[in-house]
Design a binder for this molecule. Structure first.
Ligand SMILES: *Cc1c(COP(=O)(O)O)cnc(C)c1O
Length: 433
């Protein structure tokens, strides 16, 4: 039996399915992984990631292209290896991410460097290894990059990130393509910036890029951004500066709560049609997807510690917290929360606020959730593959969770649970008195 979304009736998300009343990933019971590795525990499906990637690969098949996974979404080394082995380049935003990217085995030429605040040291580091492109976000940054590259006797490959001033119709904190955002160079200044860049001895203009936001669930904003960017390419090339690649950024949304973003291949069918119609069909395309490759490939498993029913609210206190799952506290984001075993034979369904142990009222994971649970039960926080572990902190001296990657019947521990000693390692005690 299938649901309107095309998933089997017992599937919560592709590759996450109830079998014999137990939630499984690629057929592996999550309950078994939680008992083996403890909680909180992130579990990822390799098939889910590769399946998400395949939709982009299909969409761009037959076109010169490079898919650069935006690694800030989840930068665990084994996740990077998975996507790099499948052919991805990486979109980085710091020198630390560059080191991770190289450790994961990416070819430097397939690395692009985004972000508004690159330091001179980070520029030197990236120039030394020979990355593919710097996505520059301001005139001031362009001049510093020119100076750093000339100092090294090199020309830095650059693309200017343009702010197309389109509304991605997503949460204000993750909308980046509107005037008033700190990102990109304003539309009206772009042409002058390119003329300037082309005259800099330390720079080599290779592309143009935009990234309009995140968790975008509609096609319209992408088509608008595409039109604005193509207008600019036309105008820039009319001034004699040629643009080899067009980078459309990332931002495609995922299903957190019944959201229905376009499939990557369907989206690209429309975008390519637009490019072809405007005579840019042969242009090399870069994209920088993050969330849409990994978000629905991961879950966070957590144990119910205490039930705390109250007059106004019932609290379900679990062992995962805002330091593991920061999105609800940061963006009031929604994650589905489901029991690993259901139905529960002898417990009634109650409405709970699911909260963690951290000493903050902002430490909530889900509000007003109907769940039939008792203490000791295990829950899965769904859609936790993106912007969870990579944003995790040690607040309250909580060690970061362990991570497991499932590939068919094989489950591999890809990150050990962080100990308190791991956390003190870089600290120095005062001398004895
Ligand atoms: C974060 C980011 C991305 C990825 O965004 P997703 O919404 O995760 O796809 C791509 N490009 C840039 C410049 C980013 O900052």
């Amino acid at each position: 039996m299938t649901t309107p979304s095309g998933l089997p009736a017992a599937a919560l998300l592709p590759f996450f399915t109830y079998q014999d009343q137990q939630l499984t990933v690629e057929g592996v019971p999550l309950d078994r992984l939680a008992r083996e590795h403890g909680t909180p525990l992130f579990v990822y499906s390799q098939a889910a990631m590769l399946n998400a990637l395949a939709a982009y690969q299909r969409g761009l098949a037959g076109r010169p292209h490079l898919i650069c996974y935006a690694m800030k979404a989840n930068s665990s080394l084994a996740i990077l290896q998975t996507l790099v082995r499948a052919g991805c380049g990486l979109d980085i935003v710091s020198g630390g991410e560059l080191e991770r990217a190289l450790a994961a085995g990416v070819e430097p030429a397939k690395v692009i460097f985004s972000g508004v605040g690159k330091t001179r040291a980070e520029m030197r580091q990236a120039l030394t290894v020979g990355i593919g492109c710097f996505n520059v976000e301001s005139r001031a940054e362009l001049d510093v990059l020119d100076e750093v590259a000339r100092g090294m006797g090199l020309r830095a490959p650059v693309s200017v990130r343009v702010n197309p001033n389109v509304d991605a119709q997503t949460h204000p904190y993750i909308s980046t393509g509107l005037k008033g955002n700190k990102f990109g160079i304003a539309h009206e200044d772009v042409i002058d910036t390119y003329i300037h860049a082309a005259a800099c001895g330390g720079l080599r203009v290779v592309g143009i890029d935009c990234h309009i936001g995140s968790q975008i669930t509609q096609t319209g904003p992408y088509l608008d951004a595409m039109d604005r960017v193509l207008d600019l390419v036309q105008a820039i090339e009319a001034k004699g500066v040629s643009i080899e690649h067009i980078d459309f950024g990332g931002g495609l949304g995922i299903d957190y709560q019944g959201d229905t973003p376009p499939e990557a291949d369907a989206l690209w069918a429309q975008l390519l049609q637009r490019m072809d119609a405007r005579g840019f069909g042969d242009r090399k395309i870069f994209i920088e997807p993050g969330r849409s490759l990994v978000g629905n490939a991961g879950v966070c498993l957590t144990e119910v510690l205490y039930l705390k029913p109250g007059e106004h609210k019932n609290f379900l206190i679990v062992d995962a917290a805002m330091n593991d799952l920061p999105r609800p506290a940061m963006y009031q984001a929604f994650h589905r929360i489901v029991p690993l075993r259901q139905p529960h034979p002898d417990v009634d369904t109650t409405t709970w606020d699911v909260v963690g142990p951290v000493c903050e009222s902002g430490d909530w994971i889900g509000r007003d959730r109907a769940l039939a649970v008792q203490s000791g039960d295990l829950l899965a926080v769904m859609s936790a593959g993106a912007y969870c572990m990579s944003m995790a902190s040690n607040y309250n001296t909580r060690g970061r969770a362990a991570e497991v990657l499932v590939d068919g019947t094989q489950a591999t521990l890809i990150r050990e649970r962080e100990t308190a000693a791991d956390q003190f390692r870089t600290e120095r005690m005062l001398p004895p008195t």
